[in-house]
Design a protein around this ligand. Structure first.
Ligand code: GSH
Length: 123
């Protein structure tokens, strides 16, 4: 089972690499504002997870440089996700609120919709 998952993961990553989407181009000033705004966002994920690939591709299309937190490579991120997010499921977007608290958003489609609305990009 682990081998099948590994093979499928490699195939997904290969096609993702082959058909890497193009990002939107913005005026430098506008992109800089977005870059600052995305500092409040962290995506908990791992490389070969198909739902994570879906979100990463959307981020690429929208040119959003959101920090990726690989839960397989870093046990601290895994612990944070499970203990603070409440569930060990990826992808999960951690959103830093105005008051410093965090909102943990699960579900790839919800994350993509949130990003499209926040950054005004139709994905
Ligand atoms: N409906 C979810 C599915 C996410 C999902 O199944 N993620 C897998 C990895 S690819 C996972 O974390 N599974 C662990 C679990 O469901 O507890 C989405 O679209 O984000």
């Amino acid at each position: 089972m682990a081998i099948i998952r590994k093979i499928l993961g490699s195939i997904i990553l290969f096609f993702n690499w082959l058909f890497t989407p193009k990002g939107v181009t913005r005026e430098q000033e506008e992109q800089q504002k977005i870059d600052v705004s995305t500092e409040k966002l962290k995506l908990y994920q791992y490389n070969a997870c198909p739902f994570c690939v879906k979100v990463r591709r959307a981020m690429k299309r929208m040119s959003l440089p959101i920090e990726l937190r690989d839960i397989r490579a870093n046990p601290e991120y895994k612990k944070e996700l499970e203990q603070e997010g409440g569930r060990l499921m990826v992808p999960c977007l951690r959103i830093e609120n105005e008051d410093g608290s965090y909102t943990w958003m699960y579900e790839s489609s919800d994350i993509i919709n949130y990003l499209s609305e926040k950054f005004n990009v139709t994905d």
